[in-house]
Design a protein around this ligand. Structure first.
Ligand SMILES: [Zn+2]
Length: 205
């Protein structure tokens, strides 16, 4: 008898065969909100824990919450103090939305992203897969891609010219044709027509 089939030994071999990063990979779990009410104020006790986990600027999340909750407040140490009584579930929903909009990559789902300004447009850039999208772009969650909407105005850069001399820019997976726009120009474009991945727009000012 050898101890080849000894259970402990087998287990050790299996563990040794698993790459380190799979066995110990840190899962992306943002702590749930810890809220308490003090007099007329609402206190988000673990504001800074959340900020650290999602790796965003505290003042960015702070401004977002003030705007979305329609209240005033301030950061005190690790805590966020809100004026008035705000329900914990509402704060949780707003933070979940923030994470969807400003943290998670729409392509690969990684939270390993950063915010970057391109002119006046705030972009979410993924360090894992390289995907890039304007943070306020409408995302089709099912399709996992940006949706361009007719009648809306977008800011794009003209990176090419068509054979007819129309400016061509990109937005997500779309190619947008803009008559009268010059190469290298940053323009605001009203989308007139979208057909699959091609769109036609008009310069607006
Ligand atoms: Zn990604």
């Amino acid at each position: 008898m050898t101890d080849l089939y000894n259970y402990d030994l087998l287990l050790k071999r299996v563990r040794a065969a698993i790459p380190e990063n799979v066995a110990t990979r840190d899962r992306f779990e943002v702590p749930s909100v810890e809220v308490l009410h003090e007099g007329k104020n609402t206190i988000l006790r673990n504001f800074m824990d959340i900020v650290k986990k999602i790796d965003r600027d505290p003042s960015h999340l702070y401004k977002y919450l003030m705007r979305e909750l329609g209240t005033a407040g301030n950061i005190q140490g690790d805590r966020l103090i809100l004026k008035g009584r705000v329900s914990p579930s509402l704060i949780q929903r707003r933070i979940d939305n923030y994470i969807k909009t400003y943290v998670i990559c729409y392509e690969c789902g990684s939270p390993d992203t950063e915010l970057r300004k391109e002119g006046r447009i705030e972009m979410l850039v993924c360090k894992a897969c390289g995907a890039m999208r304007p943070v306020h772009a409408r995302i089709d969650v099912r399709m996992g891609r940006i949706v361009l909407e007719e009648g809306k105005v977008y800011e794009i850069e003209i990176t090419d010219l068509s054979r007819d001399g129309d400016g061509i820019g990109r937005y997500g997976e779309y190619t947008i044709y803009v008559p009268g726009a010059r190469k290298g120009e940053k323009v605001k474009v009203k989308i007139l027509k979208v057909k699959k991945n091609v769109a036609f727009g008009r310069k607006v000012n």
